[in-house]
Write a protein that binds this ligand. Structure first.
Ligand SMILES: *Cc1c(COP(=O)(O)O)cnc(C)c1O
Length: 382
């Protein structure tokens, strides 16, 4: 399933993220369908995608944003509108006072945080919630994305929570999934209901967090809709979803260029102007191998290259790819699914320039949204 590129790749000055409006709209239409079928609310988790150039478009479909702290909350408030939610593992006192007026929902990660800020929070009249930890791990493989692992710092355990703690609380929030399907949500809700079910009828809302891969082709939307409806009907709560990835899944690319081709012990290295560690750190952190347009696995096609970045880090390697035609210096390489967890994680390690940000409209016109220079590197260093 190779995506079709209908914009002028040759005109793109690399490295550049290119995000397509029609691909975002395709995802958003699917999310809107879930909202319309259930009456649930869906927020953008900005942690995954914060290219606010597109916030007005996203706001046509979604109810608002969720934030992990003051800066994301402010960005959502300023650029997106709608509802602004915030959750943080721990708020700093100055941050809390600043974030409170911007937000509609404020979620606490622990009973100690809740009791510490209770007076100030309740005086604000905002809708307050607690993050719960259902202790139900449904994912293998990516331990750093499992908030249910024993010893986790995320969320309140069922045995800690008393009815008294819930005075002043409107809703409960859980976030335990990562790139998962609706079957794992069903499993998670069984644990949530078994452990926290006796509190749910007194809540106004239940937030299912993110990690729902709703816009992936094989995602079971029917089960998601049934599940939301069942929870809303059983407990009379409004269900919130806050996907990050699903909003911009497969909606953007990172365009790179070959700077040099070298040989070492039978490996042909293609050095790109794009770095794994600086421009797509999840390739090393998650880790995973991004798909490249027109490529195959190593040795599947005639010409195989190991793609690496221009930093000094020996491990700045993206992966091995093969092509029908040889690459040459100046060849463009297009990495897929680069809108999510990419722009939000870029850095200027090794003095790397940040990638440009471009948008493609529905007529396939390219617009340069933002470019970065030396100042973006220097500003953070003293
Ligand atoms: C990361 C995160 C999300 C979004 O997760 P995705 O996997 O990008 O859908 C939502 N809510 C919370 C609390 C998060 O930490």
């Amino acid at each position: 399933m190779t995506p079709e590129i209908n914009w002028d790749v040759a005109s793109v000055q690399t490295p550049a993220f290119v995000v397509e409006e029609h691909l975002l709209r395709k995802n958003l239409a699917r999310l809107q369908h879930v909202k319309q079928a259930t009456g649930c609310k869906i927020l953008l988790a900005q942690k995954a995608f914060s290219m606010f150039y597109f916030y007005p478009l996203l706001a046509e479909y979604l109810d608002g944003t969720t934030a992990s702290g003051i800066y994301e909350a402010r960005l959502g408030f300023e650029e997106f509108g709608g509802e602004t939610h915030v959750f943080s593992p721990a708020y700093r006192p100055e941050e809390f006072t600043e974030v409170l007026p911007l937000c509609d929902h404020v979620v606490f990660n622990s009973l100690s945080q809740w009791h510490y800020y209770k007076k100030e929070a309740m005086a604000s009249g905002k809708s307050l919630g607690l993050r719960i930890n259902p202790e139900c791990s449904t994912q293998e493989g990516h331990a750093i994305y499992d908030p249910c692992a024993p010893g986790s710092r995320l969320g309140i355990l069922a045995h800690e929570l008393t009815a008294e703690d819930l005075v002043g609380i409107d809703g409960l929030h859980f976030h335990t999934l990562c790139e998962q399907n609706a079957d794992d949500l069903v499993t998670t809700l069984q644990a949530v209901e078994a452990k926290f079910g006796h509190y749910l009828s007194q809540m106004k809302w239940l937030n299912f967090g993110g990690g729902h891969h709703i816009t992936r082709e094989d995602y079971d939307v029917a089960t998601l809709i049934q599940t939301i409806q069942r929870i809303q009907d059983t407990y009379q709560v409004t269900v919130y979803l806050e996907p990050g990835e699903a909003v911009a899944l497969n909606a953007g690319y990172l365009v790179a260029q070959v700077l040099d081709i070298t040989q070492n012990h039978g490996v042909t290295n293609a050095i790109l102007d794009t770095s794994a560690t600086c421009h797509m750190p999840d390739v090393l952190e998650m880790p995973y191998r991004p798909f490249v347009i027109n490529s195959g696995q190593a040795n599947e096609k005639a010409y195989t290259y190991r793609f690496g970045g221009p930093t000094c880090l020996a491990g700045d390697v993206i992966g091995e790819y093969s092509f029908d035609e040889p690459l040459t210096i100046g060849s463009k390489v297009i990495f897929c699914d680069m809108a999510i967890y990419s722009m939000v994680k870029t850095n200027t390690f090794n003095g790397m320039p940040l990638a440009k940000m471009m948008a493609v409209d529905t007529e396939n016109n390219l617009t340069l949204v933002r470019e970065f220079g030396y100042a973006a590197f220097k500003e953070r260093l003293s």
